[in-house]
Design a protein around this ligand. Sequence first.
Ligand code: SF4
Length: 304
Amino acid sequence: MITGLHLFLTYSCNFECDHCFVYSSPRARGTFTFSQIEKVLQEAKKIDSLEIIYFEGGEPFLYYPLMLRSARLAAEMGFKIGIVTNGYFAVSAADAEIWLEPLQELEIVDLSISNDSLHYGEESDNPATRALEAAKKLKIPAEVIEIEEPVITEETGSEENQKVKGAPVIGGSTLLRGRAVEKFAADLPQKDWQVFKECPAEELENPGRVHLDSYGNVHICQGLSIGNMTEEPLAEILLNYQARNHPICRPLIEGGPAQLAREYGLEPRQSYADACHFCYLLRRDLLEKFPRYLAPEQVYGLGD
Ligand code: SF4
């Protein structure tokens, strides 16, 4: 049952992190207009199970007036509001409060602030820390998102990894999709492609949330679309979605990335770091065949 819509308010970001799974950067294009957001919210009202609208990116505070007005409208329409940010705007404690006070008035239910070495190195007095302190002072529910670089460890990793007896497993919370594949995957231990028989991280059959972008894509996983809002109303896309009729989701459900490769006669190279690494590279090879379902190209590192 779908309960959340996550809007990539913009793909643009002041950072260009190694682990970013949508290839955000200062050059990345793709920002919602207010009129597009109004349409999204009107459609969202038609889906009874929807409770919360998240504004994220990229970095949504780069388009602060748009973010605020959109969040206000969503709140007026009865949705809970969440926002994900890297906190870059908190150049001082006092400034952080100025930026966050309007969110207090909106009674947002979650402010997620990225604060990790991939964003701010080892600097502990950083903008994200100041944003968190200001949020606490203003009594805005806030939490830190800390993404760790993938590391090789014998003790952590997914159950699937641990089934591969004797193999080192991968810890850290970076998802191997998007730019993270380019930056990290080659240095990690690899396993035979045939062991990746399931999608480990997304509810492809019955998604609880989807991501939307300004190009109209409705992402069930980053770059894996179940429809386009410019061609079909959002509510119809969500209410009519049947994973078993989707040319990419169906094989992933039936047998993970290994089945996706078999189904389309793709020749995997022998090994991959994890299922998402394998899936992401397969999908990139299928871009031309399924442009409607694998989009936008920029989250595959092709152009900004
Ligand atoms: S990248 Fe593929 S395998 Fe990984 S969560 Fe997304 S759909 Fe599933």
